[in-house]
Design a protein around this ligand. Structure first.
Ligand SMILES: Nc1ncnc2c1ncn2[C@@H]1O[C@H](COP(=O)(O)OP(=O)(O)OP(=O)(O)O)[C@@H](O)[C@H]1O
Length: 415
């Protein structure tokens, strides 16, 4: 696409035609006097491409060449990439100065561009140095949503040809805790975690895409690095929407009960597993209960997770925009345990099966429910020690399911 001659003029021409803002920045120099290297940066439409050289002129030229090389190839054929990945990782582990991100002074693949290594590998290595892992390994990014801590994108992994959810958060103690826990958990009812990595910059979205800019202004500033978390892609509809949808339909119907029971069973299975691994979720609410692409329940958002045995102090929780709060009464004190999740679960179950909107209505529904349903009454007890364990709730739900099935069979038999 671009000629190798006069890279700076070619890049200028490209920027003018595409009406993109182009400028160069002096990044600085490294090394001792006799082996000094200079780094210049091209900033094109907000994206950066570095070049290293013996003097500023050479560095500027290299930066323009790198920008052109990345711009001229949209994607790399994944099948050709496999051998490069092996070559890349072996070289990377041998080089102390290597970095997955194009940083000043890391010049490990400069020689490969002059060698006879095949073009794909050279391009891949250049991209590894000057692009981010996210934009290199993924494409077709689509903005999915924003939470209190980060943005989530749907993105296609080029090599695997599969869609994932990638969450981008500021690197902080709580975000590390989230990935730490997720990497510990593997359960059909918990959003699956694959891998995480650090980048210097946040993905800025595709300038052509209209949805990518949504919510950007409200995202808090990050003075640290960015943590990218690759997870299983779920449906955009959460349990919150499921409940809202059901509430627009008839008050109580057998279909809602049946579906609700299956959802409740899956949530409690996930919670039982989380507790068995000695974690407390602490932020169970319908908006954090997702559905897998096959319809199965997936507990997500482990941003407030904590160990069940470390007596951790309460972290400031996500603001609940106008809906009921799911916090257990003891959760605003310092000491609490996994039973806070059981309380939240009790409230979620209430909303799963019954239409509960105002506070007054809620109190009335709770009264009726408690008369019929002992386990829910126990789950919402004020004293945590009186609430049942997740395994007990799971067993009760199993009984309720069997009871419902028997009832249905009897009804059908008498008709
Ligand atoms: N794996 C996923 N697949 C699809 N969508 C997801 C996935 N994970 C999160 N989302 C969506 O992205 C948005 C923000 O995600 P998330 O709630 O995890 O961020 P957060 O900052 O931790 O949020 P919170 O404010 O609840 O703490 C939500 O709309 C959520 O439904």
């Amino acid at each position: 696409m671009f000629s190798k001659l006069f890279p700076k003029s070619k890049l200028n021409e490209y920027a003018q035609k595409a009406r993109l803002d182009l400028r160069y920045e002096d990044v600085g120099c490294d090394g001792l006097d006799h082996i000094r290297t200079f780094t210049m940066r091209v900033i094109l439409d907000g994206k950066t491409y570095d070049g290293v050289g013996k003097n500023k002129k050479e560095a500027k030229l290299k930066a323009a060449e790198n920008a052109l090389s990345i711009l001229s190839e949209g994607t790399i054929d994944p099948r050709k990439l496999y051998s490069c990945l092996t070559l890349y990782s072996s070289r990377e582990s041998n080089e102390s100065s290597s970095s997955a991100i194009g940083t000043r002074g890391s010049n490990i693949f400069t020689d490969s561009s002059n060698s006879s290594k095949n073009q794909v590998c050279t391009l891949y290595h250049n991209k590894r140095r000057y692009a981010t892992w996210f934009t290199l390994d993924f494409d077709s990014m689509e903005y999915l949503g924003i939470g209190a801590f980060g943005r989530v994108y749907k993105a296609r992994h080029k090599l695997l040809e599969k869609d994932f959810a990638v969450k981008v958060v500021c690197l902080e103690e709580k975000s590390l805790r989230e990935v730490g826990t997720l990497s510990d958990l593997l359960h059909p009812n918990i959003v699956r975690y694959y891998v995480s990595w650090l980048e210097h910059s946040e993905y800025q979205g595709d300038s052509d895409s209209t949805d990518s800019s949504a919510g950007y202004s409200s995202f808090p500033e990050c003075s640290s690095k960015y943590l990218y978390i690759q997870m299983e892609l779920c449906d955009t509809k959460t349990l919150k929407e499921w409940i809202e949808e059901k509430n627009t339909q008839s008050l109580q119907d057998s279909k809602r009960r049946e579906e609700g029971l299956s959802i409740a069973q899956q949530i409690v299975s996930g919670v039982e597993y989380i507790h068995s691994k000695k974690h407390i979720h602490r932020d169970l609410k319908p908006a954090n209960i997702l559905f897998g692409l096959g319809g199965e329940v997936k507990i997500g958002d482990f941003g407030l997770v904590t160990r069940d045995d470390d007596g951790d102090a309460l972290i400031e929780r996500t603001k609940d925009s106008g809906t009921v709060s799911y916090m257990a009464p003891e959760q605003n004190k310092k000491n609490y345990d996994r039973k806070v999740d059981i309380f939240a679960l009790g409230l979620i179950f209430l909303e799963l099966f019954w239409k509960v909107s105002t506070g007054h209505e809620k109190a009335k529904v709770i009264e009726v429910v408690f008369l019929q349903n002992r386990i829910m009454e126990l789950m919402l007890r004020e004293k945590p020690e009186e609430r049942p364990e997740a395994s007990k709730v799971k067993a009760e739900l199993e009984c309720a399911k069997t009871f419902n099935a028997q009832n249905e069979r009897q009804k059908n038999a008498t008709v």
